[in-house]
Design a protein around this ligand. Structure first.
Ligand code: PRT
Ligand code: ZN
Length: 304
């Protein structure tokens, strides 16, 4: 395989995100939570980074992997489904890998699934032999069929995949599913999961050999902090020393708590970063086990 194309030099980092659609707002909000802010161009296609030299290019999601491959953008926020489909497409054409997933971002979750008419009884992929599968993900569908040793015909459709069986264009579909309502409305049922997807931060296969490397590292560190604290709360309380062994098991999702001695008293003050929901029920359980002065605080930032 030939080496990945070199990354053309630039002194600002450019991130491609979806202009409009499911991933547009959450992508911007996540990047803003990393301390980035922008000035928008008149045509609303380019956002100039103000706090850091990190600009945004607002595009169709399908264009993002190609923009990274061509070195027009350095990073991108895109569904794993789009990234892997285009990677599969490149491999199929004998091209080298040109982009990769750097981080899973925790939003835009969905699954790429095979769905069959409600009336079918399903006994496995072999049942698809000789059938027509409508999809917008031909590379991922073909890879899955090959893995399962099934010879079926892939019918490429760019939209409205789920009505293909009704229109007689295909026998089954392979499409993205989140709630499942679209499939149900078209009398289809999901039977096989090809891919668990969510929005990811994508980047080139190679490293940046200029200031963009430092900017990308800085952004990744902030992103890791932002992702870790997204559902985290700081829990603080006091308790007598001897109650500690019965209180700690009530904090299963907490990082090792900080335990401090209270000056002049036998009691302890505890501070724990909890990564799960800190519910009223949990506070009441802790209180029953002897915790006093319970306090739950939001976490604004974190740098490991
Ligand atoms: O204009 P542009 O090309 O940028 O946007 P787009 O219309 O191609 O993409 P968009 O905004 O619809 O989706 C962007 C990304 O969101 C996808 O690539 C996925 O990674 C992610 N995502 C998450 C989804 C869904 N959930 C989803 N449910 N993308 C599409 N769907 C569609 C699915 O194709 C089906 O038609 O929603 C329908 C099913 O939804 P349920 O809830 O009925 O199951
Ligand atoms: Zn698209």
């Amino acid at each position: 395989m030939s080496p990945a194309p070199p990354v053309a030099s630039r002194d600002r980092l450019r991130i491609a995100i979806q202009k409009s659609g499911r991933l547009a707002e959450p992508a911007r909000a996540l990047l803003a939570s990393c301390g980035l802010s922008w000035r928008e161009s008149r045509d609303r296609l380019f956002c100039y980074g103000e706090t850091l030299p990190v600009d945004l290019l607002l595009v169709r999601d399908d264009d993002i992997p190609g923009l990274i491959a061509d070195g027009v953008c350095d990073l991108g926020v895109v569904g794993r489904n789009v990234l892997l489909e285009q990677d599969g497409d490149r491999r199929g054409a004998g091209k080298p890998a040109a982009f990769r997933e750097l981080r899973a971002l925790g939003f835009g979750g969905c699954r790429l699934m095979v769905a069959v008419p409600d009336g079918w009884s399903w006994d496995g992929p072999a049942q698809l032999a000789g059938k027509r599968i409508a999809t917008s993900y031909p590379a991922l569908t073909a890879q899955w069929l090959a893995r399962n040793g099934v010879d079926a015909q892939v019918v490429l459709l760019s939209g409205s995949v789920e009505i293909a069986p009704k229109l007689g264009q295909a026998d089954v579909v392979c499409d993205l599913v989140s709630s499942g309502a679209t499939l149900a409305a078209n009398q289809l049922k999901p039977v096989e999961t090809l891919l668990q997807s969510e929005a990811v931060l994508a980047g080139p296969v190679g490293e940046f050999d200029d200031v963009r490397g430092e900017l990308a590292d800085l952004l990744l560190r902030r992103l890791d902090g932002a992702l870790r604290i997204k559902h985290s709360k700081l829990l603080m309380f006091q308790a007598s020393r001897e109650l500690l062994p019965s209180l700690l098991p009530l904090l299963p999702d907490a990082e090792a708590p900080t335990v401090m001695r209270i000056d002049g008293e036998d009691g302890l003050a505890l501070q724990a970063l909890c990564h799960g929901a800190v519910t009223w029920q949990r506070l009441e359980d802790l209180k029953r086990a002897g915790a006093r002065g319970l306090m739950v605080l939001p976490v604004e930032g974190m740098l490991a």
